[in-house]
Design a binder for this molecule. Sequence first.
Ligand SMILES: [Zn+2]
Length: 397
Amino acid sequence: MTLDPEPVFHKSMQLLTRLVTDIGPRPAGSAAEKHAQDWLEEQFTSAGLQTMRFPVKYQPDPVFFPYYSIAAAGFALVALTLPTNGWTTLLLPLLILALPEMMMAIQARVLPYKDGSSNLLALPAHANVKDVDVILCAHVDTARAVPYGLKAWKSWRDKSLYIMMRVANILIIPGILQFMGMDITGIFLDISRWVAWGMAIILLFQDIWEAVTSIGRYSPGANDNGSGTALLAAAALELAENPPEKLVPGFLFSGAEETGLHGARQFADYMKENSLTCPVISVDMVGAGNAMRITTQCGTLRPVKADTPLNELIKRADPTAVYHAIPRRWGDFVPFARAGIPATHLENVGTPDSWASYHTPKDTLDTIDDDMMRHMSEVIAQLLWILEKETHNPVKS
Ligand SMILES: [Zn+2]
């Protein structure tokens, strides 16, 4: 098999343009998300590929989920209890560190599920889903959008978790002094309290502002994740014309990633129920920057690890790629990794502009770098070639 990257690149740009300009924002469970998957499915079936659809239950984003408010409450508690209880300052960094994972776990438990999203799987014409050697996955849905806003706001938003963590670490000092029996009253206590109050007010403001301004607004999702969707769809369509001899690739277009990886969860369950063990590679935000990132893990307190041999194989397909541990975002590979399936996540390093437009109305075709899409087409072609060589066992039991 030799997949020519040039037609993959051109096709992917064509698909991406239509996805972003004709369909636009594709929130989980919406008519637009369904439209995008129907439109992809139609092209796959007319190219002779086989498709499968899987209904996905998802948890719609609540208007207000008190993410920063909880951190704000932590800082307020420190400000209130500082002269008497040093321990609150010691626990604060732990709260902030655990916050993203905590909120995801709470959200998964308490929010109600809704019908209406789906997954789309494209396979070679006569393949059985049990014979699939690898699944390449891209989420089709797009996120709720906070306004693009001022430059200062964007850089604050990008770094808010790091800044929170740093302030929390500084606030440990009065706590330790208090434990050591030192009298911290006076200017030192005043400053510590004002820093804690200031942080609480900023975070509370941020939470309310983000909730209010993002009501009913969704990102057009050119980079996140029109880029991955278009790239994989283009590769699937090119392979339909020039099918691999041995390799059986599956292309999964998942729904409801942005609301809590619901599409990937559905498919990970399906794989487990059907004893499918092939590797899963999720491809997300691959349209900007000057290098590809291979994810090694996601999360901080209980990180989810990507599969190392799979990552090494991908690195062979793109020696310029860099390994990257993601501290506070999750991608579609997580439910697969948790289910014991070898999985990883590919993204690009991005640019200041692409990160500024992340989950905003400005994630448009302007963020997409043609050269990066071309590079990614080459990487996918190379990766499929390597996977074909590594798949020595075309007939499986
Ligand atoms: Zn994404």
